[in-house]
Design a protein around this ligand. Structure first.
Ligand SMILES: CC(C)(COP(=O)(O)OP(=O)(O)OC[C@H]1O[C@@H](n2cnc3c(N)ncnc32)[C@H](O)[C@@H]1OP(=O)(O)O)[C@@H](O)C(=O)NCCC(=O)NCCS
Length: 260
């Protein structure tokens, strides 16, 4: 559900207006009814509001009727999704690192800094950040596997000829996906992933999960990713072993097949 923000006087006035509008108009006459997810939105408007700290902010306010029959009003600012190349990622690495440290509390931020600095200098590296009020609240990034990449080294079971052959343009590796806890469960993780992969030109994408992260694995499974096997973890990596996943980005049905 959308986060319900602190209600300012201006927003309160807007809410009353919506309530009045709703009370005097039938569901049929409401012009912008559309059903998205579990809620029926009845109205939406962007307004300038002042936050508790006095900053001006554009707020998109939605009135909706929940499936449970309880009318509620929520106001939220939609996070913007922004693409960053390697140098732009390096410029915002301090902010990204803070989100990383919160999302992966058991991992070393020094190792993350070391890895990401190297990766961001590689051709084709790309990040998508979710930004709200100028603050990064989530990110995903990755890079194409170079010819001769060690990504698949030690893969078991043996996937068969050709599966691990990289050309620099065949496979995009998603390295990290993270959303701050307060913003989870609203589809942002999925949006970040979709936004990153939507513009990629590679045939397929891959990612690595800690074998103990069964919730994440189930999530990737629901998102269409398929297990490709397990590899051992290396120095500066976050797990002793990784379960690798793949997904086809093109219509080519062989993109994730081991017989390619
Ligand atoms: C994984 C992560 C990025 C998901 O972010 P998010 O914004 O919550 O993602 P979404 O809202 O798109 O939800 C993702 C899935 O998790 C499910 N989910 C979200 N919150 C949930 C909760 N509290 N309980 C159960 N399932 C939940 C959603 O139903 C969704 O599944 P679906 O797309 O099949 O419906 C976020 O939880 C995170 O940062 N985790 C810590 C870092 C991490 O583990 N990253 C992945 C490493 S492989």
């Amino acid at each position: 559900m959308a986060p319900i923000l602190a209600v300012t006087d201006l927003e309160r006035a807007f809410y009353s207006e919506i309530y009045e509008t709703r009370e005097t108009s039938s569901e049929r006459r409401t012009p912008s009814v559309s059903v998205r997810g579990p809620r029926a939105f009845v109205s939406a408007r962007t307004a300038q509001c002042k936050t508790a700290t006095g900053r001006r902010r554009q707020v998109r306010t939605y009135a909706y009727k929940s499936v449970y029959g309880v009318e509620r009003i929520a106001s939220m600012t939609e996070p913007a999704l922004l693409h960053l190349d390697g140098p732009a990622t390096m410029n915002r690495l301090d902010e990204i690192r803070k989100v990383y440290a919160t999302a992966f509390p058991g991992n070393s931020v020094e190792d993350h800094q070391w890895r990401t600095s190297r990766q961001a200098n590689s051709p084709g590296f790309e990040t998508v950040i979710a930004q709200l009020d100028g603050r990064i609240i989530g990110f995903v990034y990755g890079l194409p596997l170079a010819a001769g990449s060690g990504w698949w080294n030690g893969l078991t079971p043996d996937p068969g000829d050709g599966f691990t052959a990289e050309t620099g343009t065949r496979t995009f590796a998603v390295i990290d996906l993270a959303v701050l806890p307060d913003h989870r469960g609203q589809g942002l993780g999925r949006r970040l992933m979709d936004e990153l992969l939507r513009g990629r030109h590679e045939d397929r994408a891959t990612l690595a999960t800690d074998p103990a992260e069964t919730d994440n694995q189930a999530m990737y499974d629901r998102w269409g990713w398929r297990p490709a096997g397990q590899v051992p973890g290396g120095e500066h990596e976050t797990s002793a072993a990784f379960d690798l996943y793949v997904i086809a980005l093109r219509s080519d049905p062989d993109a994730t097949s081991s017989s390619r």
